[in-house]
Design a protein around this ligand. Structure first.
Ligand code: PMP
Length: 422
């Protein structure tokens, strides 16, 4: 009975003492205690900072509290945490060697598998992070065309290097001097930016859909994608798809294959090795020469373990029907959440593909309601995010969806109470 009363009041029954202690220690030895996306736009205070383990679609924080994982490590986990076949392949490679004087044979096998899987790709190069991949795509586009200007969508995230970081401290105006800006899904704005670049247009960088943090998501208008393709063809510039966040979550291929538009270059990371550190740059024949000229590398870029994990990830995605599994779980989650919002009389926007959804509340400009919702969902055992799109993994079972929906139902009730001033 006491338990029921506590639940109804939304009491937080988790312990967070190990997390609090680690945060305290971090303050002394890590600038600000945390940095990057783990610190920017901080999560509500009730979120754990430090995580202990994960299995399938469940994760445990350092205090042992359990959650259904709807962030998937901000995208890298696609088949679920500790996927047996992926971890087995990684362990087998690691038992031989990981970081050596040269890559293992798996580098060629992985490049062959990607070229066979991603329609626009005739070749592949590998790196570690998404920023490596987007930056390398721009470098190759410039090397190939002999031009400087790259167009990007205003507000889009392409990584944390000085040319693209959303937070300017420490960067210079020169770092961005060769960028031009357009609005996503607005072809006229791209044409204007291309006109301004004139003969200096090296490429247009675009994400598969608009997934800027904190905003309702916007799917791509196929006419916009086709328009970019035509514009790049006419100008002799590179169409560069930033598939870092979406890659392999929407399709086993480039995310614009279903739209019918093939880029010249694409940037990949996050999910391609199910949580192992791997990025890929894929390109077509026209940009092979540029790719051959540039000097891009890193001490860990040729490490074999993540490549073995990448190969196993693609294979498991096929054999387990991962895209369909994510669509199924994502649809059940969306339907459940929309029904709950309606039942609580709350007006929400649930946007984006079902595997990468994002929830906002009507009129909630400061994200206060989204923050309350996320914090309450977390207490109930669903790890979501108030300002970033969520990720559904192929490991989500009916039980996981049910546990997440129990938590979101309580969270909607809390938002309702807040709006009613109770
Ligand atoms: N592009 C997009 C679309 C991303 O979402 C991200 C990461 N959130 C990046 C690039 C940069 O990737 P990374 O953080 O691995 O450098």
């Amino acid at each position: 009975m006491a338990d029921l009363v506590e639940r109804a009041a939304g009491a937080d029954r988790r312990t967070m003492s190990a997390d609090r202690e680690l945060r305290q220690r971090a303050l002394a030895v890590i600038p600000g205690g945390m940095y990057g996306h783990q610190a920017a736009g901080p999560l509500p205070a009730d979120y754990p900072q430090f995580m202990r383990s994960g299995r399938g679609a469940r994760i445990w924080d350092v205090d042992g509290n359990e959650y259904v994982d709807l962030m998937c490590s901000y995208g890298p986990v696609l088949l679920g945490h500790q996927h047996p076949a992926v971890e087995q392949a990684a362990r087998a490679q690691a038992a031989l060697a990981d970081c050596q004087n040269g890559p293992g044979p798996v580098m060629v096998e992985l490049a062959e598998a990607l070229v066979a899987t991603v329609r626009h790709a005739d070749w592949a190069m590998f790196a570690k992070n998404g920023t490596d991949a987007t930056t390398t795509c721009c470098t190759i586009a410039r090397a190939q065309t002999g031009r400087k200007r790259i167009l990007v969508a205003r507000g889009a995230y392409h990584g944390a290097a000085p040319w693209c970081t959303p937070r300017p401290p420490g960067t210079t105006a020169q770092d961005r001097a060769n960028l031009g800006y357009y609005a996503f899904n607005d072809l006229a704005s791209v044409r204007a930016a291309a006109d301004e670049a004139g003969h200096d247009l090296a490429g247009i960088l675009v994400s598969p859909f608009r997934h800027d943090a904190g905003f309702d998501q916007e799917l791509v208008d196929p006419a916009f994608a086709r328009g970019l393709r035509e514009l790049c063809d006419a100008a002799g510039a590179a169409l560069i798809l930033d598939d870092v966040r979406c890659g392999f979550r929407l399709a086993l291929g480039s995310s614009w294959e279903p739209v019918g538009v093939l880029p010249d270059l694409s940037a990949w990371s996050k999910a391609i090795a199910n949580g192992h550190a791997l990025a890929a740059i894929l390109g077509n024949e026209s940009f092979r020469g540029g790719a051959q000229q540039v000097f891009v590398t890193g001490s860990f870029w040729f490490a074999a373990t993540a490549m073995a994990a990448g190969l196993a990830t693609m294979s498991a995605m096929r054999s387990e029907g991962a895209i369909a599994a994510m669509e199924r779980a994502g649809t059940a989650l969306r339907d459940g959440i929309l029904a709950q919002a309606a039942a609580h009389g709350l007006e929400v926007n649930y946007t984006g593909p079902v595997q990468m959804p994002y929830l906002t509340f009507a009129g909630d400009r400061g994200h206060q309601l989204a923050g309350e919702f996320a914090a309450r969902a977390l207490r109930g055992g669903a790890y979501i995010h108030p300002r970033h799109n969520w990720f559904v993994s192929a490991a989500m079972t009916d039980d996981d969806v049910a546990m997440a929906l129990d938590a979101t139902d309580e969270a909607f009730a809390a938002v309702r109470r807040r709006l009613s001033g109770k």
